[in-house]
Design a protein around this ligand. Structure first.
Ligand code: ADP
Ligand code: TRP
Length: 331
């Protein structure tokens, strides 16, 4: 029987510990999508070389990340989990797509401009063609839905452009993928001082990692930036307060959220109480994930087995696409 499920693909770089932004922007959706779609999830180890040239910890980081993904809900029986570097077909497709990507658009990409600011001494060609490699990741499985956080929206739009150009020049091979989140809107989880998105390599006190222990989670939340509270009823929340409310809405009961919302709107909020509650609820949410991930990491052979299984399945799908691609180009 023909498989009619839509194809889903997403990836994550093995550049640090998983944090709440990765969980709510990506993993939570992935774990749900695996039951409804044909899902491919991978560790973007080639992409990590654009910013993390030192590969000493790559293997450890990769295994840890797979453990965290599985602890966070991915079931290797329900989705394909693999390493980008195990699929050489992606590199070939990247080469073809590079001829369809223009310098101007690559230089204009927000993530590229950010990286130029962050690492001016290492503006390598991999960095500027980062979105092309990402497009190859997605198009190699002819994926339709790409569950990612808000920061990746532009890359998915670029993927659509490259796919459209390919189809136009060589014939219809690729569907046009869209960024996806179950809530409809893509999410951006702010860091604890509201100055930007939570991210793996940021100031560690500003990010909550799924590997943080109970004491550390509590310390980070209690130190999170607040102020004296609003002075007028129904005020707009500053970003750093909104960020705490967002976290509360993700891990706490509705009654709890409603109570603090009401307190805020009536100018009687006590941020100390709110943070205490938030810390408690975050600890209950994170503890089982952390413990599960730590347990899984004790069995590297099992993790390697998941990855080699996944590589087999992912290569099969990748090869099928590449046959069409080569045929369309005329090789
Ligand atoms: P990081 O930026 O922390 O290094 P990645 O770039 O590897 O993480 O991102 C992996 C996934 O997690 C992507 O889908 C990305 O959009 C999502 N993501 C990362 N940070 C956040 C955040 N703060 N809010 C929402 N989604 C996020
Ligand atoms: N660029 C993504 C990030 O930093 C990671 C990634 C690489 C990705 N290839 C992908 C995400 C393909 C979705 C689809 O988060």
């Amino acid at each position: 029987m023909e498989n009619k499920k839509e194809i889903v693909l997403s990836g994550i770089r093995p550049t640090g510990f998983l944090h709440l932004g990765n969980y709510y922007g990506a993993l939570r959706n992935w774990a749900r999508m695996q039951y409804e779609y044909d899902c491919y999830f991978f560790i973007a180890d080639w992409h990590s070389l654009t910013t993390h040239a030192d590969t000493k910890d790559l293997k450890t980081n990769t295994r840890r990340m797979v453990s965290e993904l599985v602890a966070g809900g991915l079931d290797p029986e329900k989705c394909v989990i693999y390493l980008q570097s195990d699929i050489p077909e992606i590199a070939e497709l990247y080469l073809y797509l590079n001829m369809l990507a223009y310098r101007g658009e690559l230089e204009k990409t927000s993530t590229f401009k950010d990286k130029v600011r962050q690492q001016p001494e290492n503006v390598n060609a991999g960095l500027i063609t980062y979105p092309v490699l990402q497009a190859a990741d997605i198009l190699i499985h002819r994926a339709l839905k790409v569950p990612v956080g808000k920061d990746q929206e532009q890359h998915i739009e670029m993927t659509r452009n490259f796919a459209e150009r390919f189809n136009h020049r060589y014939g219809e091979v690729f569907p046009l993928p869209v960024a996806f989140n179950y809530g409809g809107e893509l999410v951006k989880i702010l860091n604890l001082d509201g100055s930007g998105k939570m991210s793996k390599s940021e100031n560690q006190m500003n990010t909550i990692y799924l590997n943080d222990d109970d004491v550390l989670i509590t310390r980070k939340i209690m130190k999170a930036k607040t102020d004296q509270g609003p002075v007028a009823v129904n005020s707009k929340k500053p970003d750093y307060i909104q960020g705490l409310f967002t976290l509360l809405s993700l891990v706490s009961k509705k009654d709890t959220v409603d109570k603090f919302e009401e307190d805020f709107n009536q100018c009687r909020i006590r941020y100390g109480d709110m943070k205490k509650q938030l810390a408690e609820d975050l600890v209950s949410f994170i503890r089982p994930l952390r413990e599960n991930a730590q347990r899984l990491q004790q069995n590297p052979a099992h993790i390697d087995g998941i990855l080699s299984d996944g590589a087999g399945k992912a290569r099969k799908s990748a090869r099928a696409t590449l046959v069409k691609v080569r045929e369309a180009i005329g090789f």
